[in-house]
Design a protein. Structure first.
Length: 416
């Protein structure tokens, strides 16, 4: 089990000191020296500068590797592992720095993703056509390009949800709904009318209740390829996360709460969460996609929405699992250290407890100081798509951008 993650030997808390930037920076950048302790004690504003520089350097490398050297073609157009992930990272970089070149390149890349996805049957934000059209529309709006904005919105509205669509986040109905929420947030409420999304919510609730009744234990349950998953990518945590952002009827709210409580009451004794309903013995995965991190983000949101202490307590316990077993031997967002760091950022935003900011900082500093070295030494997996947003260094760059203003951070393509 231990070969999945590095034992977390970092201190439980390190107060920040006021030593000069020059000295600390030199120390931090000395190759071969263990600069992690000095990074952890560095005044936040100075560390944020280091993280920003690293984020920008990585972003440049990722743009060159995924776009510049790829013949400017979208072999994989998706946000999850493909070129749209680079476009989303550029949008983030533009948000942080205001650099118009990032926005221009983002739009250019989305255009290539648009061509590559015209015949795709996938409909979600993370893996389908909705992500392309939604990001295209938001980038067009930021650029003041009304023609492209109209084009992408018209194409978004042409997306048809097949009858046999699953309900989960990566390929299913809530993955499409998330794109609607993203558009409404950035282009104004009502851009995608609630009458339209309500039809999709009805289908999700009906499917969840039908399977929940069959099982007789949990109000809502879903299947993806025959498995009743619990995690954020394919299961309950992701579906409940998106449903909480929709306008729900009181009985639907009760079913969402009941489903989350069922998960809390049936988690592993360690505090971790099973990957699926039938996977009750393998307490190994501590990922956003499967396990405590993805569930923790949903519980933080539930605590915020419902003000129920049981959700907050469970989120805090899940975050302990992430601290102890979440320093994964991968860098990415989906099943890597970058994604796991967002659990602490999310809890920090809810509780304002400096302990969680420290923990997010510790995971980010571990990546900043060690990721490249560990990957080159073969001790850390570089990712099957090493520059992608969800499985590669794109996620690390995104996290570093988010660490600059941790009160505003958002798990990419998941937290609104
Ligand atoms: Zn994953």
């Amino acid at each position: 089990m231990a070969d999945r993650f590095f034992p977390n030997t970092m201190p439980q808390f390190v107060p920040e000191t006021g030593t000069s930037l020059q000295h600390q920076e030199q120390e931090a950048l000395t190759i071969g020296a263990d600069s992690l302790p000095s990074l952890l004690s560095m005044p936040y504003a100075q560390l944020a500068e280091l993280l920003k520089r690293a984020a920008l350097d990585l972003k440049e490398t990722i743009a060159v590797e995924t776009w510049g050297l790829s013949g400017q073609r979208a072999r994989d157009f998706t946000l999850y592992c493909g070129l749209l992930g680079t476009a989303f990272l550029l949008l983030k970089s533009h948000h942080v720095t205001g650099n118009a070149n990032d926005l221009a390149l983002c739009s250019h890349i989305v255009k290539a993703c648009d061509s590559a996805s015209l015949t795709s049957r996938d409909v979600t934000f993370l893996c389908g056509r909705a992500g392309v059209c939604a990001i295209g529309a938001v980038a067009a709006k930021l650029r003041g390009d009304d023609e492209s904005l109209r084009y992408y919105l018209a194409h978004f509205q042409k997306i048809k949800l097949p009858k046999n669509l699953p309900d989960e986040l990566l390929y299913g109905r809530v993955g499409f709904l998330w794109a609607c929420l993203f558009l409404n947030k950035h282009l104004g409420q009502g851009t995608i009318p609630s009458a339209y999304t309500r039809v999709v919510v009805d289908e999700i609730i009906n499917n969840g209740r039908a399977m929940g009744r069959k099982m007789g234990r949990c109000p809502l349950m879903f299947e993806w390829y025959g498995e009743k998953y619990w995690g954020a990518a394919h299961g309950l945590a992701g579906i409940m996360h998106v449903l909480m952002d929709m306008e729900l009827k009181p009985d639907e709210v009760e079913d969402v709460k009941g489903t989350l409580k069922y998960m809390i009451h049936n988690r592993f004794p360690s505090g971790n969460y099973p990957a699926s309903e039938d996977d009750r013995k393998r307490d190994v995965l501590v990922h956003w996609c499967h396990g405590a991190p993805g569930v923790a983000l949903t519980l933080v949101k539930a605590a915020k929405h419902f003000g129920d202490k049981e959700f907050l307590d469970a989120a805090i316990e899940a975050a302990e699992v992430v601290w102890n077993r979440g320093l994964l031997k991968r860098v990415g967002i989906c099943h890597g250290i970058s994604g796991n760091a967002y659990v602490f950022l999310s809890l920090y935003q809810l509780t304002k407890d400096a302990k969680y900011l420290y923990r997010a900082k510790a995971f980010a500093c571990f990546l900043l100081e060690r990721a490249h070295k560990l990957i080159s030494q073969g001790e850390m997996h570089g990712g099957d798509t090493p520059y992608s947003l969800f499985e590669g260094q794109g996620g690390m760059s995104y996290l570093f951008f988010d660490m600059i203003d941790p009160s505003q951070s958002k798990f990419p393509a998941y937290e609104l």
